[in-house]
Design a protein. Structure first.
Length: 374
């Protein structure tokens, strides 16, 4: 009997029953409305805002265009303080707006932008802070807001890893001037590709909606050099279906993380991220940090070993954004200036977590993590 090696990836989208999606497609076919704020778009926008507990949300084609548009909406220019420990799109969104990124180091525990280091990076050109809720864990939003208030800076959160995350019952999306979400296939909540911008007042929502649609404010009125970052009807229909099932998906993610935590507590040299007090997490990723000396194997060796066994983990985030050629010449990107991020990028490994992952596969991964480390 040949032994079949099944491949397990770090994530896999959770899909609603196909029949439900086919029903939606039939409706779209009959209506012949494919995009431009059709009925599915309108309904999804409303139901999503209700689910997330936010006042205003604008749907977009993806998270990257949402970031680019959010910076335009607030007319951010000059320099923006951001984290090197994220997906490249965070910093690329600044580049596309001709803004200079200024990298600030992360907190080694949470991997989020360290608020204690923000003030030292402020210059007369600084206009905003662009932090990321890394792995969906909330940033220190109060301290960031305090600094932003003192220096008159805007705050845009890259919330692409969060979905339904709350702190003492308050949605994390309600902090900052704007928050940006991604509904890419690899995220907790997916509309194939997709994204959103969360804001807190009607005038801002109106401006964002203009910018998403070429700057059109009426049939013949263009009020800004907007872009086309609209979400289409098929994406919105998918989003509505996902909303029906998301609570189950989130519950299953929670179970998987509990199982990993239970099994991995006694593995020396593997640090797991803990839940923050009062926070309802979404577990978009489950990172472990490999201390080579204590664990007896490097992160990269472990990554390769798991891969050979059909388990494709991801090193989120390696390399750091500040190490890519288009950013490494910046002063704030110089080696040694971001020690916590430089350490984390060499140690992190994100383990598979997604609703369809079975307990048996988790046990198998755990066993691989425990075995033959020297
Ligand atoms: C996924 C992601 C993005 C980009 O979102 P897309 O929808 O893929 O364009 C931006 N920032 C972070 C932190 C992400 O994880």
């Amino acid at each position: 009997m040949s032994k079949e090696t099944k491949t397990t990836y770090v994530t896999q989208p959770a899909l609603p029953p196909l029949e439900e999606f086919v029903e939606s497609l039939k409706t779209i076919w009959e209506s012949r409305i494919l995009t431009n704020k059709g009925p599915f778009h309108k309904r999804f926008e409303k139901e999503l805002a209700d689910y997330l507990g936010v006042k205003f949300i604008s749907l977009t084609a993806n998270g990257t265009l949402a970031l680019v548009t959010a910076l335009q909406a607030l007319r951010i220019t000059g320099e923006v303080i951001t984290t090197p420990y994220s997906f490249v799109a965070t910093t690329h969104s600044l580049w596309w707006n001709n803004i200079k990124p200024v990298f600030v180091d992360i907190d080694p525990e949470t991997c989020n932008l360290d608020p204690g280091r923000i003030e030292a990076a402020i210059t007369p050109h600084t206009t905003a802070i662009l932090p990321v809720h890394v792995y969906g864990n909330p940033c220190d939003v109060n301290q960031i807001q305090e600094i932003a208030g003192i220096y008159g800076l805007k705050v845009i959160y890259d919330a692409c890893h969060t979905f339904g995350v709350t702190m003492d019952g308050v949605p994390v999306l309600n902090f900052g001037d704007l928050s940006v979400m991604s509904f890419h296939a690899t995220k907790t909540f997916s509309t194939f590709e997709g994204g959103a911008i969360v804001c807190h007042d009607e005038a801002m929502k109106k401006r964002i909606d203009f910018l998403i649609n070429f700057g059109f404010a009426g049939e013949t009125t263009v009020v800004a050099p907007g872009i086309n970052s609209k979400m289409n009807e098929v994406q919105a229909a998918m989003g509505l279906l996902q909303l029906r099932h998301i609570d189950g998906y989130l519950a299953r993610r929670r179970q998987i993380v509990s199982l990993y935590r239970e099994r991995l507590t006694k593995v020396p040299g593997l640090r797991m991220m803990q839940d923050m007090p009062g926070v309802k997490h979404c577990y978009t990723y489950f990172p472990v940090f490999v201390n080579e000396g204590e664990y007896g194997m490097s992160r990269d060796a472990l990554y390769e070993k798991l891969k050979q066994n059909g388990i494709y983990c991801r090193r989120y985030f390696y390399p750091l954004i500040s190490q890519f050629p288009m950013y490494r010449g910046l002063e704030s990107a110089q080696p040694g200036r971001l020690p916590a991020a430089e350490k984390a990028t060499g140690e992190v490994l994100c383990l598979p977590v997604y609703p369809d992952l079975t307990d048996a596969t988790v046990e198998h991964i755990v066993e691989l993590l425990q075995r033959d480390r020297t």
